[in-house]
Design a protein around this ligand. Structure first.
Ligand code: F0G
Length: 452
């Protein structure tokens, strides 16, 4: 059972089919445009959408709002240093701010970053500093059905080739995203992280963890790698941080917070440069653009999240929904991770070509069917020429599961909606873009049904 009981509730919005049809028309078949009270179950993202614990919420009162040297800041530092082992830890408003600050110091024109998979903001921040972000996913990831447990791994053979080849001098950093969000929420094995760390060390290139979902990665390592059986998720997570030279971390995921993030570094010179950028652009390093109460909530969240009972229940939620999806005959990225399921919209809607965005068409159908909001991860969001060379190999639909928010009854409702759509999949029509910005079109582009 869920290792908590519910103390605060809010009503679930309910809409009619006709209201949803009108809403889709109004927002140009882009679910980012919906008002949240038009959405019954919101699986758009697991970022900043979780429920706070009573203890986190108590910090709304006890948070220390002093500009410098606050109790809340010391609390944040104590927890962050204990978790990561990095001597320099800075609070930031969210993950992408840590990326911007770090890459301003680390990436310059002509440099490259290598990763198992850069998240979209990570890629954009490398690019904004004149660099190029290159993904090196492991070959197993290409086969959605493969049950290989660590499909988030980086391809260490390719990594070695580049680090020690003619381009080696251009590499500014290696970024390991744990878990690999754009790659189906798949975890990275500890052995893969260790090999990567050794290669980086040998070449003198910093290894940075994008640790937004560090606890979920640790849970999956503990479950699927016999070498780590019997260890706590916290011990495994601590080891992962120890292997790297620093981290960028969005606390809106495994920080169990609504806002916040962390930049952690070992190198004093790099930390000093980052601190300057942080102070000039975001806030003094004792609060990093956050309120004192946020620092406390993040600190508390970073402790609660490695509770094995919480992580087990979260894994079971994802497994429960995955069983319903499989029973409906819908394929997804296997094995399911914790934060989201990635349905194979391309396989479910083979009559819709990638140029008509099967993932986005399925997202709109799921909204129309049951008021469920999700995100496309395919040609619509990633295939944008303006977004600098992301290779789109699959047309996926991500159902992200907010932390501590929905019960299994809510998930059963989602499963039933998917089964109904699967029954009439051949009637779902494709979409075409009628308006789009030069990059990041997933946020603002407008679409139409091709039949209209
Ligand atoms: N890294 C990863 C792996 C992420 O998934 C995200 C955000 C970020 C960095 C950026 O962090 O949002 O705090 O600035 N992912 C969200 C998502 C938006 O829906 O997957 P942020």
């Amino acid at each position: 059972v869920e290792p908590y009981r519910i103390k605060v509730v809010e009503p679930l919005p309910v809409t009619s089919w006709n209201q949803r049809l009108a809403a889709l028309d109004r927002v140009g078949y882009n679910l980012m445009g919906l008002a949240s009270d038009e959405v019954t179950i919101d699986l758009l993202t697991d970022s900043g959408t979780g429920a706070l614990s009573a203890q986190q919420l108590s910090h709304a009162i006890t948070g220390d709002e002093s500009y410098a040297g606050s109790r809340s800041y010391r609390h944040f530092v104590d927890v962050a240093v204990d978790l990561t082992s990095y001597p320099f830890v800075f609070p930031v408003p969210q993950g992408r701010v840590a990326e911007r600050v770090l890459f301003s110091a680390l990436v310059s024109p002509g440099r490259i970053t290598l990763s198992n998979a850069h998240f979209e903001t990570t890629r954009a921040n490398v690019w904004l500093n004149g660099g190029q972000a290159i993904d090196l996913p492991c070959p197993e990831l290409a086969d959605l059905a493969s049950s290989f447990p660590f499909k988030g791994d980086i391809d260490t053979a390719r990594l070695k080739e580049i680090l020690f080849g003619s381009e080696g001098d251009r590499v500014a950093a290696v970024i390991m995203t744990i878990t690999n969000n754009t790659g189906g929420g798949q975890p990275v094995a500890m052995s893969n992280l260790r090999t990567t760390a050794e290669l980086c060390n040998e070449r003198g290139v910093p290894l940075i963890l994008d640790a937004a979902r560090f606890a979920e990665n640790a849970w999956l390592v503990g479950q699927n790698d016999a070498q780590h059986w019997g260890r706590t998720p916290r011990e495994i997570a601590q080891e992962a941080f120890t292997l790297a030279d620093g981290c960028v971390l969005s606390a809106k995921k495994d920080g169990l917070a609504h806002i916040g993030g962390l930049l952690g570094l070992r190198d004093p010179a790099l930390a000093r440069r980052c601190e300057l950028i942080l102070i000039a652009t975001t806030g003094y390093s004792n609060y990093g653009g956050l309120a004192g109460r946020d620092l406390d909530m993040v600190a508390r969240g970073l402790v609660e999240v490695t509770d094995p009972r919480y992580l087990r229940s979260r894994a079971e939620d994802a497994a429960y929904l995955a069983d319903l999806v499989r029973a409906a005959g819908v394929r997804m990225v296997e094995p399911p991770g914790l934060h989201a399921l990635y349905l194979d919209a391309g396989a479910l809607l083979p009559h819709i070509p990638p140029s008509q965005f099967p993932g986005q068409a399925l997202a709109c159908e799921l909204y129309l069917e049951a008021g469920i909001r999700s995100t496309e991860v395919g040609s619509f969001n990633l295939g944008d020429e303006g977004d600098h060379g992301h290779v789109v190999s699959h047309e996926l639909l991500r159902l992200a599961i907010p932390r501590r928010v929905y019960t299994r009854a809510h998930l059963a409702y989602v499963g039933r909606a998917i089964a109904r759509i699967a029954d009439r999949a051949d009637q779902v029509t494709g979409l075409r873009i009628v308006e789009q910005p030069p990059m990041l079109r997933g946020f603002t582009a407008r679409l139409q049904r091709v039949a209209d």
